[in-house]
Design a protein around this ligand. Structure first.
Ligand code: PEP
Length: 236
């Protein structure tokens, strides 16, 4: 079984998200897809969607709080309205563009772990680290586990090399295999790959040893494309 996830980032509106999710749900229903599908819409597009059990809606981000005075943030009070119990934590855009520190990330992780959320936890190295070789890359990645309980039962990992995200440059199969195998030896949790996964390469990537699925941004935002991605991986 594979896990196929779509990260909308700052794309789609409330209206187009609903169209996307309803079409996706229809497709999953009619085609008896067994893989687990997760969609992360923007926080303004979260809602109570009526979906098949293997289509899960998650939050791209939320603050480590129920409610309170945290301008611009949402907490579990808002997520509970839609029974959302899945969250993406540690995405490189939040680390590198929004400036989230490992301390903030681990605090968020602890909070959502304590509430039993399914956590998709992202790790990955920037290009200057990749260029230093595998040993330095793994060192960098392991530092992103600081303060993170890797034994947590509802943890899914996503290896997303920063240089491959949204760039069109996918990591090579050999790169993916090496890093995934090393991480898996240390942490035995489902491990997705993310970084310019496309319709054309999704199956091949998901078949690499120690790859349990894909977290996809750009290539997943058009419903027909995402359905094709699910179609291409349905037998894994
Ligand atoms: C992502 O945002 O997690 C991602 C992998 O993006 P993209 O597929 O666009 O590289």
């Amino acid at each position: 079984m594979a896990i196929i996830a779509s990260n909308f980032k700052t794309n789609h509106t409330r209206k187009t998200t609903a169209v996307f999710i309803n079409r996706l749900n229809d497709y999953l229903l009619k085609n008896s897809i067994k893989n687990e599908i997760i969609v992360f819409p923007t926080s303004t597009s979260l809602d109570s969607f009526n979906t098949v059990s293997n289509l899960v809606i998650g939050a791209q981000n939320a603050y480590a709080t129920s409610s309170g005075s945290f301008t611009g943030e949402i907490g579990t009070f808002q997520l509970n309205e839609f029974e959302i119990k899945t969250i993406l934590i540690g995405h490189s855009e939040r680390r590198h563009i929004l400036g989230e520190t490992q301390k903030q990330i681990s605090k968020k992780y602890e909070f959502y772990k304590s509430l039993g959320y399914k956590i998709i936890y992202c790790i990955g190295e920037p290009l200057e680290v990749k260029n230093l070789g595998l040993e330095k890359t793994l060192e960098y990645i392991y530092e992103q586990f600081l303060g993170i309980d890797t034994n947590y039962e509802n943890l899914i990992l996503a290896y997303e090399p920063v240089w491959a995200i949204g760039t069109g440059v996918t990591a090579t199969n050999e790169d993916i295999k090496q890093v995934h195998t090393a991480i898996k030896q240390k942490i035995n949790k489902p491990l997705l790959y993310g970084g310019s996964v496309k319709i054309e390469n999704v199956k091949e990537i998901c078949q690499i040893e120690n790859v349990d699925g894909a977290l996809i941004g750009t290539a997943s935002w058009i419903i027909e494309d995402f359905i094709q991605i699910i179609e291409n991986t349905k037998d894994l």
